[in-house]
Design a protein around this ligand. Structure first.
Ligand code: LMR
Length: 357
């Protein structure tokens, strides 16, 4: 029954996972040699030498993102007839959250699919707009933004930082878990809650009187187990696949924010690929994206059922009055976020989604 946890622990301590020191050593080498020479070598390589794309991510292989990364591998390798090999490293096997971003910038890996929250350091603060509480009323509203001109413009902003955005991948609406029931806004007072590295999320927790703590996903289980953290927010699929319900006593179906990803590549690597390979990979990414986005909602519904069935958590569904209280308590986050989000972006998103201004 605990096989997942055993393998989780095995992966977390695996020698294959690179430490920051090892990363820096690799990166020094890569930065000085490979970033300049690898793409050229790839362009000139004989057909039998595959171009290797290392695709690192921080969730388990059986999540929608994990499965879509493998779908991309399957499609890319088949459609390039072996000229490209995609190596997928799930569940922080290679790098944790922040490390993987540094590794991509330095060319030590070529492809990632971080949450939009984690892109803030690359494209300015604008990706943190997606973390605003209750910004999207449903999945369709979120898609109006990423599938339209706002989504395209935000991805283009990454290019100045050497990153190319290829696609948006869905996850779903987040819920809160904690080691005590979270029903009213007052229940958050004094709790230490894990968030991703986003100023908007930090502000969200402060607004509720909690102490926000930024930590990599792979460390959350252990920190909750030891009591270093009291709670966290994530999607049901991430909570279930990381076994966080085993170390939490309550879940509140708040659906207070949307978690989504951008698939990104090292731009220098991508631009120097042979043109035919690049367009084949773009096609494989389009199809992997449709596959991923078709899985996410169902996977979250199923994970929520599995969380209920586990009987480890008390599930609380806020009523309309409680939700109104939460919205009101979190409204000041919009004002605070204007310090890092481009003026007009929130209004443009509200307009695109038909939300009241
Ligand atoms: C998190 O850190 O909680 C998420 O971004 C993980 C993920 O990639 O879904």
């Amino acid at each position: 029954m605990n096989t997942h946890k055993q393998s989780y622990q095995g992966r977390a301590s695996s020698p294959a996972r690179r430490s920051i020191a090892a990363l820096l050593a690799v990166c020094a080498l890569v930065a000085s040699q490979a970033a300049a020479t690898l793409p050229v070598a790839a362009a000139q390589a004989p057909a039998q030498v595959p171009i290797v794309i290392q695709f690192s991510h921080v969730v388990t292989a059986d999540t929608p993102k994990g499965r879509a990364a493998l779908k991309f591998k399957e499609l890319a390798e088949a459609r390039t007839a072996g000229r490209v090999r995609v190596e997928v490293y799930p569940n922080s096997q290679l790098y944790k959250d922040r490390e993987e971003m540094d590794a991509l910038k330095l060319g030590a890996v070529q492809m990632l699919a971080p949450s939009l929250s984690k892109l803030a350091g690359f494209g300015g603060g604008d990706f943190e707009v997606f973390d605003l509480p209750f910004l999207f009323k449903d999945h369709a509203a979120y898609h109006k933004v990423v599938d339209g001109s706002i989504g395209a413009q935000l991805l283009r902003k990454l290019e100045a930082r050497g990153i190319k955005g290829l696609a948006y991948w869905d996850n779903g609406f987040k819920v809160f878990t904690a080691n005590r029931p979270l029903e009213s806004v007052h229940d958050f007072q004094g709790l230490k809650i894990r968030v991703q590295a986003s100023r908007t999320l930090v502000q969200q927790m402060r607004q509720l009187g909690s102490e926000p703590s930024i930590s990599p996903l792979i460390n959350v289980y252990e920190a909750l187990r030891k009591g270093d953290l009291d709670g966290e927010e994530n999607t049901p699929v991430n909570i279930y696949s990381q076994r966080l319900h085993e170390v939490q006593s309550s879940l509140t179906l708040s659906r207070h924010g949307y978690l989504a990803y951008a698939v990104i590549v090292n731009k220098a690597f991508w631009d120097r690929l042979p043109t035919d390979i690049r367009s084949t990979l773009e096609g494989a990414m389009r199809d992997a994206t449709a596959y991923q986005n078709g899985l996410a909602e169902t996977a979250n519904t199923r994970a929520l059922e599995q969380l209920k069935a586990s009987a480890k958590l008390t599930i609380h569904i806020p009523d309309a009055e409680q939700l109104a209280q939460w919205r009101e308590a979190l409204e000041p986050v919009y004002l605070a976020s204007q310090a890092w989000i481009t003026p007009g972006l929130i209004a443009a998103i509200k307009l695109a989604t038909g939300a009241p201004p």
